[in-house]
Ligand binder design. Structure first.
Ligand code: PEP
Length: 250
């Protein structure tokens, strides 16, 4: 099945108003746009509204980097799914490894966030992936299976019907070391088969993330089960991000 590639910019904790204005101006110049690839920007929460305004009529989408699993309540500093919808988000990243590792997010908490996104008509981009020690120990598949199972248990077999999965090996994030296209395909193929054993997975997009750059995007894009990319560092430079989008548009 043909799946429209999706390339997502995860700006993390980068960007301020003037930078954002210049970035989106450069990104949306006519020659920069490609209808063959869906492009989504995930700025920090406080700039979602601003980015939404600047993206109007561009065909590019808006996503958030995280959400809380409650619709409202006494959760100081947190952002609810309702708020994300209200400012025009379509997507939300869930379970990024930086949040799992640095902020102690467990599989169960990530699954609760995933469920909250689905309940509120946001498309979750679920990040899964092994760390270096786990890859060396040969347990990549069981780690990824455990992360997927947590969501399947909470959301049921149809959990991934409208979701996106991002395979992000932790050892490749921000390190400059990318998984080889074959390594990425192996895990993407495993994920698709595993989800297919619960429900249909042929339309589900599986993104690769971890030091994606202009010069490795094309090879990654050629892999059968790689349907796009979640891009951190390289998404901060418009020229590089556009080159990655072009790589996935072929
Ligand atoms: C990420 O943080 O999701 C990511 C893939 O980062 P980078 O592209 O910088 O490795």
């Amino acid at each position: 099945m043909k799946r429209k590639p999706l390339v997502v910019a995860n700006w993390k904790m980068h960007g301020q108003s003037k930078w954002i204005e210049n970035y989106i101006h450069d990104l949306t110049k006519p020659q920069g746009q490609s209808g063959q690839c869906e492009i989504v920007l995930c700025p920090p929460f406080v700039y979602l509204n601003e980015v939404r305004s600047l993206l109007q009529e561009t065909g590019m989408g808006l996503g958030a980097q995280d959400l809380h699993d409650s619709e409202h309540g006494a959760f100081t500093g947190e952002i609810s799914p309702h708020m994300l919808l209200d400012v025009g988000c379509k997507y939300v990243v869930v379970g990024h490894s930086e949040r799992r590792r640095l902020l102690g997010e467990t599989d169960d908490f990530v699954a609760a966030k995933f469920a909250a996104a689905c309940r509120n008509a946001l498309i979750p981009i679920l990040c899964v992936g092994e760390n270096e020690g786990e890859r060396e120990a040969g347990v990549t598949e069981s780690v990824v299976r455990r992360q997927l199972d947590a969501v399947l248990q909470v959301c049921g077999n149809e959990a991934f019907a409208a979701a996106v999965i991002a395979y992000e090996p932790v050892w490749a994030i921000g390190t400059g070391v990318t998984a080889t296209p074959a390594q990425a395909q192996d895990v993407h193929g495993f994920i698709r088969n595993y989800i297919a054993s619960h429900s249909s997975a042929s339309a589900m997009r599986i993104l690769y993330g971890g030091s994606v750059k202009a010069d490795n995007a094309v090879m990654l894009a050629q892999q059968q089960d790689v349907d796009g990319a979640l891009v951190g560092g390289a998404s901060l430079i418009v020229k590089d991000f556009l080159a990655i989008c072009a790589g996935f548009s072929k």
